[in-house]
Write a protein that binds this ligand. Structure first.
Ligand code: 5GP
Ligand code: ZN
Length: 113
């Protein structure tokens, strides 16, 4: 999708430092981190949100969660971490391209804001 910021990042049009890249998934640090470690794990394919059927493609979700699990190890989050998917306006989603936040390095609180 030409106007999508995460498609542009995945295609290398907007430069970021990737912490992971493979044929299905890219991961990079959030521009506005909410924790000492705040990485976005993003599908390469443009899927607007968790509400659309393509978002439940087990190949895409499996690849994303495999990367999350690997990053939790490589980023030394053995004491715990949080995975967040904001969905739609009330969910606080600001970028309409499927992504999961991996947050760690501090005590997480509940309920979230
Ligand atoms: P959402 O609000 O959709 O759940 O998450 C979008 C996230 O993308 C936000 O946490 C925001 O800080 C991050 N973000 C938006 N634009 C950019 C960008 O150009 N580069 C990076 N690294 N992160 C971005
Ligand atoms: Zn996109």
């Amino acid at each position: 999708m030409t106007d999508c910021i995460f498609c542009k990042i995945a295609q290398g049009i907007i430069p970021v430092t990737f912490v992971h890249q493979d044929e299905k998934v890219v991961a990079f640090k959030d521009l506005n981190p909410q924790a000492p470690i705040h990485v976005l794990v993003v599908s390469r394919v443009h899927i607007p949100a968790l509400t659309v059927p393509e978002a439940s493609d087990p190949k895409v979700l499996g690849a994303i969660f495999n990367v999350i699990r690997q990053l939790a190890v490589s980023l030394r989050l053995e004491h715990g971490f949080r995975v967040v998917a904001n969905c739609g306006p009330e969910g606080g989603q600001s970028v309409p391209h499927l992504h999961f936040h991996l947050l760690g390095g501090r005590q997480m609180n509940w309920p979230p804001g």
